[in-house]
Write a protein that binds this ligand. Sequence first.
Ligand SMILES: [Zn+2]
Length: 319
Amino acid sequence: MDLLFLGTSAGVPTKARNVSATAVIEASGSHWYLVDCGEGTQHRLLHTPLSIRDLRAIFITHVHGDHCFGLPGLLASAGMSGRTQPLEVILPAALHDWVRQGLVASDTFLPFELRLLPLEELIAWRSETLQVTTVQLSHRVPSVGFVFTEINPEPRLDIQRLDAEGIPRGPLWGELAKGLTVTFNGQLLNGNDYLRPSRPPQRVIVCGDNDKPELLAAVARGADVLVHEATFTQAVVERTGGTFGHSTAAEVARFAEAAGVRNLVLTHFSARYQNDPRRSPHIDTVRDEALAHYSGQLTLAQDLQRYHLGRNGRLEASA
Ligand SMILES: [Zn+2]
């Protein structure tokens, strides 16, 4: 899987960072999923190779505006771009009327079926290639993380089984490799029964706002990537006197170290952290604080940067 960050700022946008939105891209092909949709997410998309037509589903972590105010505009533009495939949006039930009424009041016609699914009732969302489950987090309002797990990644033909059943090499194998159903000796064979994953499934967790990283203990074990907010550093919290339902870089890093997380991606940075080295506090103070507690592969997410999770299990920035 790949990750492409469309917004990495907390609460308000800055010139360098938009508000929350993260694209999760399937390892094979162009299908992708959107986690959160802050205002202006569709503008960010214009700077990426991602197409709204290849968007499989949208997942919203919680009701706060910096995570969902981009939805009506994105949906309207999906309609204008001629999308006809149904689109599922998994979001808190409290937002359903807001989305529907916003579209109706603005006379927005969607040429595709919009399926709003209540986040609270989600057990597992599945496509042929991915399963998405939730983990409950702690914030000022109910908030979740989404756990993306591959199903049968990079399937290859189970040659042992084919040989054992005496199915001859040739065009038949080609059709089974595509997952098609074929007839052999008067029997129907389903290609999916002859496909095996060629590598272990990858698991990527993309979290909403959260002030208790330890809630992720069970799902973080064995996960390939954890994307978590680090809104503040300890120094800033000590000065301002609160985290307002958020985590510090140190808290997340300590948790990730204890849980053995291989790749930790921090995002959702307070707008006070600067990219300009002449201004303070600098974003590197977030990195330094995390590195003091975490020895795995640390990434500070940047807007419009794509990251690839390789077969070696390492998450690397793509060129
Ligand atoms: Zn929030």
